[in-house]
Design a protein. Structure first.
Ligand code: C2E
Ligand code: MG
Ligand code: MG
Ligand code: MG
Length: 280
């Protein structure tokens, strides 16, 4: 009887419980464990100058290797980390690890380029600049080799306090970029007020640049806007030679994407550069 009832209760519970909520809770507790057990790693994707083909930067991208679920993509867990506030701790780990590995890479004699780190808006809490300052001093990285990739959502939300904070970071020597540019808020006035160095054209515009007139028009407009504000413009998600040719044609400065390289571990990147330098 009791067993019967227990089973019924259980069934009632699973049927009624919102599956999405359960999944979120499971991922959230998984994230806490991952932080404790060092289950996160970073991969780095190279960024190139389109005209000279020189390496100009590396973007750090987080990877979560779960013991049972395997590799969980950032699109599955970053939003949950943001909602739960865990992104603050995870994000601090990312900045620290990205700087540590960039310093390590430089110590091996590779060319010095900035590492770009994605910053979620809840990370931009009070005294975020103190976190950055501490990480720079702990890892011994020079500030000009750290770039923070901000979303339009971050720069739009806080007005003057955000503005002050960004200027503080800029004064420290850190670089600032706007990620996924063109997908967020339409107000462009922040570009004037905030000390931004670089715009990243979202990959959704790059994808169909060959046969979608509108995407090409938007890409052209972003490049022209960026250049008139003296910003560098980088295209993300470049997958083909043809897309690269279009971007070169319309004057885009830099590019990043599978055409050049997928995100790789710092070790694999080193091997890759070594192979290439031997070949040339
Ligand atoms: P994002 O910052 O715009 O990063 C670019 C994404 O495009 C990455 O996906 C990258 O692997 C992927 N990508 C690179 N080249 C190509 C290409 O040629 N074609 C296509 N289709 N995709 C390409 P990933 O690593 O899955 O990351 C997705 C998003 O998750 C990132 O978008 C970023 O918003 C977020 N993210 C990743 N790592 C972190 C992190 O450490 N902190 C925070 N806050 N967010 C992160
Ligand atoms: Mg990014
Ligand atoms: Mg992006
Ligand atoms: Mg994107």
């Amino acid at each position: 009887q009791a067993k019967e009832k227990g089973r019924n209760t259980y069934q009632f519970f699973t049927e009624d419980m919102n599956f999405a909520v359960l999944e979120r809770l499971t991922i959230e507790s998984g994230l806490r464990q991952a932080l404790d057990h060092g289950a996160f790693v970073l991969e780095f994707q190279p960024q190139y100058d389109i005209a000279t083909h020189r390496l100009v930067g590396l973007e750090a991208l987080i990877r979560w290797q779960h013991p049972e679920w395997g590799r969980v993509p950032p699109s599955r867990f970053i939003p949950i980390a943001e909602d739960s506030g865990l992104i603050v701790l995870i994000g601090e780990w990312v900045i620290h690890e990205a700087c540590r590995q960039n310093v390590y890479r430089q110590s091996l004699g590779f060319e010095k380029v900035p590492v770009a780190v994605n910053i979620a808006s809840p990370q931009f809490i009070q005294r975020f600049e103190d976190v950055v300052e501490r990480v720079l001093s702990e890892t011994g990285m020079e500030p000009q080799y750290l770039e923070l990739e901000l979303t339009e959502g971050i720069v739009m939300q806080g007005e003057s306090s955000i503005q002050k904070r960004l200027h503080k970071l800029k004064d420290m020597g850190v670089k600032l970029a706007i990620d996924d540019f063109g997908t967020g808020y339409s107000s462009l006035s922040y570009l004037k007020r905030f000390p931004i160095d670089r715009l990243k054209i979202d990959q959704s515009f790059v994808r169909d640049i060959i046969d979608d007139q509108d995407d090409l028009a938007i890409t052209r407009a972003v490049i022209s806007l960026g250049h008139s504000l003296r910003l560098l413009v980088i295209a993300e998600g470049v997958e083909t030679e043809q897309q690269l040719a279009f971007l070169r044609e319309v004057g885009c400065d830099q590019a990043q994407g599978f055409y050049f390289s997928p995100p790789l571990s710092i070790k694999a990147l080193g091997d890759w550069f070594f192979q290439n330098s031997k070949a040339s």
